[in-house]
Design a protein around this ligand. Structure first.
Ligand code: 9MR
Length: 388
């Protein structure tokens, strides 16, 4: 009986996909109303994409208990999770030398008990950091002392989770939003909201930080993670940093076969002006580094950035555009699946999103989450890729 229901719901979703594909193929005819499907009845996305990449999402303390992940929407569709906030420096290391691992431990252990991998997010950042990180940038400790403090912190945290974290976002968002120089070593965030480690230690904190993480847990894959990497100036700086830090590692450890920075996380907090061709250009650039890529925080506003920031009303055209872009992005991800190891959505349903007012996700509904057209355009992209 249960099997039959599953078969039936599978069939329904295939029919829904056909509607969307038919519509986007340019038929002028009136389109049938989109069927909304409860995401719990859909085939598991993690299985559908299993030959290409992992499919991830975020989780919070309310999604788990002592025996595992209790949020069935997560366990059904996703095989890798990132703590939305609970592994950030302000949560894990509120004061110097007193770590607060309780919540993070419960979350990581629950995910592992549910057979789900965990991304460690994040070690070195300029935001959501405790006062003792922030003040490193401006207090009168020496650069040498600050470097030791940073290494100790990384060693402590990574060692604590050793063997449980599949990859670490070692460094997050080091580059600013605008006014980028051409040399990565002098272009990182500084000032009141700057990266304190960069401000005190200088650019070599990157190599030292990644090296401390590698030594503490050699099995973890070490990532640099950032947003706006569809923009060529920022992508170029990230490329140069990864190239130079990996070259420095190669000189120091000539027999080591692995890279030090093994992956780049492209957060991908997009809006309806983010063009797939820019993302393609960045993927081609990063490909030359020999690194893995993760799409690490995907969401797509149903608006342009300026509409979103001016709190403009949503339009149907904007929602349709976002849905279409989801499909185009996935087409690109599938074409690059030899280097993409994970695609993580930054939330399951719109209402939970940090940008909820622009409906950026592929499901909607807090109590029961239903498909949006974006879901079907992703599945149509998968279908088209398989048929190539
Ligand atoms: O989704 C997170 C939100 O709950 C927090 O309030 C916010 C604070 O900075 O961080 C959000 O997650 C961020 C992620 O850790 C790093 N990239 C940007 C994400 C969205 O702000």
């Amino acid at each position: 009986m249960k099997k039959n229901i599953l078969k039936l719901t599978g069939l329904l979703s295939v029919i829904a996909v056909l509607f969307v594909v038919g519509g986007s193929a340019g038929a002028q005819n009136a389109q049938p109303a989109q069927s909304r499907v409860d995401m719990m009845t859909l085939p598991a996305m993690k299985d559908q994409f299993s030959q290409y990449f992992m499919i991830g999402n975020i989780f919070n303390p309310s999604d788990i208990n002592a025996s595992g992940v209790t949020n069935a929407r997560l366990t059904r569709h996703f095989n890798v999770l990132t703590a939305e906030n609970d592994m950030k420096p302000d949560k894990i290391a509120p004061t110097r030398n007193s770590f607060n691992f309780g919540t993070a431990d419960r979350m990581v252990n629950a995910a592992l008990a549910s057979n789900i991998k965990v991304v460690g997010h994040t070690l070195l950042w300029h935001s959501q950091i405790p006062g003792w990180h922030r003040s490193i940038g401006t207090n009168n400790v020496t650069p040498e002392a600050a470097l030791q403090t940073m290494k100790d912190y990384i060693t402590n945290v990574v060692t604590h989770f050793k063997g449980r974290i599949y990859c670490w976002d070692v460094l997050n968002e080091a580059f600013p939003d605008g006014g980028l120089g051409s040399d990565w070593r002098t272009s990182m965030r500084s000032g009141a909201e700057g990266n304190p480690w960069f401000m005190k230690i200088g650019a070599n904190f990157v190599y030292e930080g990644f090296l401390a993480a590698r030594l503490a847990d050699p099995d973890a894959i070490l990532y640099y993670n950032d947003y706006n990497l569809d923009q060529s100036a920022k992508a170029r700086l990230v490329h140069d940093m990864v190239r130079d830090v990996n070259a420095q590692y190669r000189r120091a450890f000539p027999n080591e076969r692995r890279l030090l920075i093994e992956g780049i996380g492209m957060q991908s907090h997009h809006n309806t002006n983010v063009s797939p061709s820019n993302i393609r250009a960045t993927l081609n650039l990063f490909r030359t580094l020999g690194v893995k890529i993760s799409i690490s925080e995907l969401d797509v506003l149903s608006q342009t950035w300026s509409q979103y920031s001016s709190r403009a009303a949503l339009t149907e055209a904007g929602s349709a555009r976002a849905a279409q872009l989801y499909g185009e992005y996935f087409t690109l991800f599938l074409e690059n699946s030899d280097i993409i190891e994970r695609v993580t959505f930054w939330g399951v349903y719109d209402e939970q999103s940090w940008r909820a007012r622009a409906n950026p996700l592929i499901f909607e509904g807090r109590t029961t989450s239903y498909t949006k057209p974006a879901y079907f355009s992703i599945m149509a992209a998968l279908d088209a890729h398989r048929r190539r």
